[in-house]
Write a protein that binds this ligand. Structure first.
Ligand code: URA
Length: 227
C-alpha cells in the first residue's frame, strides 16, 4: 500500500518542518540531560534507512547520528557494499542521548516512536535495516531478539507503507565481538541484492514512459539533508 501523490520535494519540505518543530519543542524526558537532539540525517528520498538505538556521546555533541566509533564502522561496512551515507537516511529510535548510554526506557521509546514513524512515512524507504535489539523489537513489533532474527528480512506495514525490515547486529556489538562483526559484514553484503529485488517486484506496473516527470529521483540538494 505504497502511497503515491506527494512529490519528493514536498515530502522533503515536510521533513524539514518536522525537524524544526522538534528542535523547538520535543517533550522527551531526556531533553533536560541531552546536548543536542539528533533528528537523523541523509537522503530524504532514500530507498534504504538505517535505524539505531539512541545517540551516544559523539552524536549528542554533534547532533548527528552514528558519528562515533560505531558510525565509522557502519560507514566502512556500507562502503564495502558500495553504499554511501548520502544515499541513505540514518536515524535512531530515540533522538536524545540517555545518560551514560543506558538502555532506552519504555516511556522514552513511546515518546519518540511516533516521530520516527512520521519520518518513515515522509522518506518512504523500501527497506529499513534495524541495528540491534531495541530498533529491531520496536520496528518489528515482536519480542524476538536480534540474535534470533539478524539477517532475516521481514515484511511489515509501517507508517502506511509495505516495507522490508532487515535486522542487523548493532555496529557497537560488532566492535566488541568478532563473531558479530563477521555476521554483520555478511548480512550487509545482501543489502544491494535485497534492494534490487524490492525495486523489481514480479507484479510491478510498466515503467513510466521516457520523458515522464520523475517521481523518485533524489534532487542533488537532498543528498546531505541535515548533514
Ligand atoms: N549508537 C546508536 O544506536 N546510534 C547512534 O547514533 C550512535 C551509536
Amino acid at each position: 500500500m505504497r502511497r503515491v501523490g506527494r512529490s519528493a520535494e514536498e515530502r522533503r519540505a515536510e521533513l524539514v518542518e518536522l525537524y524544526k518543530e522538534l528542535h523547538a519543542e520535543h517533550g522527551c524526558p531526556l531533553r533536560a540531560t541531552r546536548t543536542n537532539l539528533v533528528f537523523g540525517m541523509g537522503n530524504a528520498d532514500a530507498d534504504l534507512m538505517f535505524v539505531g538505538e539512541a545517540p551516544g556521546r559523539d552524536e549528542d555533541l554533534q547532533g548527528k547520528p552514528f558519528v562515533g566509533r560505531a558510525g565509522r564502522l557502519l560507514d566502512e561496512l556500507m562502503g564495502e557494499v558500495g553504499i554511501e551515507r548520502s544515499q541513505v537516511f540514518i536515524a535512531n529510535i530515540l533522538m536524545c542521548r540517555p545518560p551514560n548510554n543506558r538502555d532506552p526506557l519504555p516511556e522514552e521509546i513511546e515518546e519518540c516512536t511516533p516521530y520516527l514513524m512520521r519520518k518513515i512515512g515522509l522518506i518512504r524507504p523500501k527497506m529499513i535495516c534495524t541495528l540491534g535489539n531495541f530498533a529491531t523489537k520496536t520496528l518489528t513489533g515482536s519480542p524476538m531478539g536480534i540474535t534470533k532474527v539478524c539477517g532475516r528480512p521481514q515484511k511489515r506495514e509501517l507508517a502506511g507503507l509495505d516495507l522490508t525490515i532487515y535486522p542487523l547486529f548493532h555496529p557497537a556489538a560488532a566492535l566488541r565481538s568478532t563473531g558479530c562483526l563477521n555476521d554483520l559484514r555478511e548480512h550487509m553484503r545482501r543489502i544491494p541484492g535485497l534492494l534490487e529485488e524490492l525495486s523489481t517486484p514480479p507484479d510491478a506496473p510498466e515503467p513510466e514512459p521516457v520523458g515522464a516527470a520523475p517521481t523518485s529521483a533524489p534532487a542533488a540538494s537532498q543528498l546531505d539533508l541535515f548533514g
